[in-house]
Each structure stands twice: as C-alpha cells, then as structure tokens.
Design a protein around this ligand. Structure first.
Ligand SMILES: Cc1ncc(C[n+]2csc(CCOP(=O)(O)OP(=O)(O)O)c2C)c(N)n1
Length: 371
C-alpha cells in the first residue's frame, strides 16, 4: 500500500501542528479558526461516530436492511462540511453522514432510508441544501455539475457579496473516479467554469478493489488532464480538510471555477454491513490507519491546548444520549402507506403512474381477500 508523501497536512497523528510544504498555500486560513471551532469539530466527529456505531448495531439486530459505515472518515467529512456556508449546496454519495450532520440534517432520515420506510427521505431545500443520497456510483457528480452550471446562469456566483454568492460541493469515492460520469462531470465543470469543489474521499477500497488497481498515479493528478486545480490532503486531518475546502469554496463562489480535493483517508469498517473486509485486507493495514485515527489526533491537540477533562466527558455523555435518541426514534418510525411511493415520482399528475398505482392497489386488495 502506498501513502503519498506530498499531501497537504497540518495536524500530525501525534496532535501537533506540523504543516507540510503542500499545506503552505492554505496556512493563512488557519488564522480564521480558533479552538472553539476545533472543539465544535471534535464534538461533531464524536457524535457521528456514535451514530455510526448505533447504525451498525441496529442493522445487526435486524432493524435496518443495510448500514453504510463511515468510521475513519470523520475528519474529511466534518472538516470539509464546516467549510461550507448555508447558501452552498452539497451533493453526497451514500456515506456522508458526517457532512449531513454538519449541515443540520436529522440523521434519522438516513436510517429511515436504510430501514426501507421511505424512498428518499428529505427535501434538500428544507435541509440546508443537503441533497439526497445517491447509490448509483458517481451519478451525483453530474447532478452537482448541472446544478453548479445553474448557479452561474442564475447570477449567484462572483457578485462580490460573500454572504450570498453560492458554490456546490460534491462527494464521491475512489471507485467513482473509474466511472464515466465523473469524467463527464469534470469536462462540463471546466468548460462552464462551474462554482464547484469535487471532494474525493479516497478510503483506499472500492468494496474489495484496492485503489492501486484503479490508478497507477495519485487520483488528484487526474484533475490536471481537465485543467482543474487539485490538491491531495491528509483526509484524517480535520484542520487540513477545513482549510483547503474553505479556500476552494471561496474561490468557487468568487467565480474562479472548479477545483478538486483528494482526501486520503481509510474506511475502518466494512463497505456496508453486507461486506466482510477480512476477506480482502490485512490487520496490519487496519492497524496502520487505526494509529492515524482522526478523532484521537484532534483530542491530543485539544488536550495539549489545555482543554479540560470535563469537556471530553460531557461530549462522551452527549454522544451516548444522541445515539440512544437515534435508536429510539428509528424504532418508532411508522411504516408508510404502500400507495405513498407513487406520490412523489412526478411533480405533475402522470397517467402511467396513476395506472401503476391502481394496479398496485388492486394487487394489495387481492392479498386481503386471500387472507
Ligand atoms: C454505477 C454503479 N456501478 C456499480 C455499483 C456497485 N457499487 C456500489 S459501491 C461500489 C464501490 C464504490 O467505491 P468508492 O467509489 O471508492 O466509494 P466508497 O464506497 O469506498 O465510499 C460499487 C462498485 C453501483 N452502486 N453503481
């Protein structure tokens, strides 16, 4: 396994501020941050990890059809999410529970999807522009690029009003880089100079396929071929994720066009609860990444700054309460009316959907007659 040397990083695994050369262009941004921000980042990373473990437990207990684990990717998600502004739009893939949390999404909505009691789950406009999950690999990169083209056409970019200018950020994995959709999205993004950040979480595995099989060169360098500036960052460093994403989102809102971030991170869990990573990866590799845990390293930093034990124990309690509340509300989710699934397929009445709805109604009624 190769880990690139030249990534932008500032917070070392020991929790010390040790900026790498590649971080230098972003170093000034750290002056806009303070320990309150890092305290917030720490809290959110702990909450989403507690959510993640509860989600896994619920699936193991038969309460969810499937669960998609994010453990290990908290810094990439929380750091980049905290660098967005409310007016920005976020296009996630299916593992971005941490970004959803930062954007204020009630994460029970994600579990409702995975429990099979909703087809989609939320209206992005009511959820701080956090779009629905996408299971078809890389398709969201096209949605994001189209949306970002719209932001430009609507005159919402580069007006000089930092409180109103908009940008889009789209999340995808290393496996997505092998899809045509992403490559088409990059072409259109550059051609139309979209206000967009492509945020790749390279967690080293596309299910059981290692990233080394997909690309002999570091993935951030693919952006070069499209003329899109790119940076590889230490994805387990919340400060680097925040600073680099913040810079690129500012550039996007200012009309400077798209950019590409490759966050080197690791999924500590399985691809989903249907997967068994012991079949394809080693304990040594997992241990290597365990020692780079994003939450531990921020805790070390905060403790060295004099953060009190009480701060950490309060968050521990809050995270446990949060997970219990998620469980309680997930188990209380009502089963949907079967016919409801036809309601949101089209905005306007549609005869074919109405025909299917009637056919389904008759089918359901026939089951009751048989009973
Ligand atoms: C178009 C398409 N092809 C194949 C799949 C099956 N599939 C689901 S997840 C996955 C791997 C994705 O890996 P990556 O993009 O690295 O994201 P990660 O799951 O590691 O976050 C594949 C091939 C799919 N969902 N969509």
């Amino acid at each position: 396994m190769t880990v690139a040397r030249e990534f932008a990083s500032v917070l070392s695994p020991e929790g010390k501020l040790e900026p790498t050369e590649a971080f230098e262009p972003f170093a000034d941004r750290l002056k806009q941050a303070n320990d309150e921000l890092w305290g917030t980042a720490f809290r959110q990373m702990k909450l989403v990890r507690a959510f993640d473990r509860e989600g896994t437990n619920l699936q193991r207990q038969g309460q969810l059809a499937l669960y998609v684990q994010l453990e290990g990717q908290e810094a990439a998600q929380i750091g980049s999410g905290l660098a967005t502004r409310p007016q920005d739009t976020v296009f996630p893939s299916y593992r971005e529970h941490g970004v959803g949390l930062v954007r204020g999404l009630d994460l029970v909505k994600i579990l409702a999807l995975l429990r099979g009691v909703t087809n989609s789950g939320w209206n992005p406009e009511e959820e701080n522009n956090f779009r629905n999950y996408t299971l078809v690999i890389a398709s969201q990169t096209l949605h994001a690029t189209g949306y970002a083209m719209g932001q430009t056409l609507d005159g919402k970019v580069g007006t000089g009003n930092a409180d109103e200018d908009e940008a889009t950020i789209v999340y995808f994995g290393d496996g997505s880089t092998s899809q045509g959709d992403l490559n088409e999205a990059l072409v259109f993004a550059k051609s139309y100079n979209t206000p967009e950040v492509f945020f790749l979480q390279n967690n080293h595995w596309a299910i059981s396929v290692p990233v080394s099989v997909q690309s002999p060169v570091p993935l951030y360098r693919r952006a070069d071929g499209f003329g899109i500036p790119s940076v590889q960052i230490d994805g387990n460093d919340v400060m680097a994720a925040w600073a680099v994403t913040g810079q690129f989102m500012d550039d996007a809102r200012a009309g400077k066009g798209p950019s590409f971030i490759e966050a080197l991170t690791y999924r500590m869990g399985a691809h989903t609860t249907s997967d068994d990573p012991t079949k394809y990866r080693t304990r040594d590799e997992e241990q290597h990444w365990r020692e780079r845990d994003p939450i531990d390293r921020l805790e070390k930093y905060l403790r060295a700054q004099g953060t009190t034990d009480a701060f950490f124990s309060d968050i521990e309690t809050e995270a446990a309460d949060y997970a219990s509340d998620i469980r309680r509300r997930t188990l209380a989710l009502p089963n949907p009316e079967p016919l409801q699934m036809f309601n949101h397929a089209y905005a306007e009445p549609n005869q074919e959907i109405e025909r299917q709805q009637m056919a389904f109604f008759d089918f359901e009624a026939s089951l009751e007659e048989d009973a």
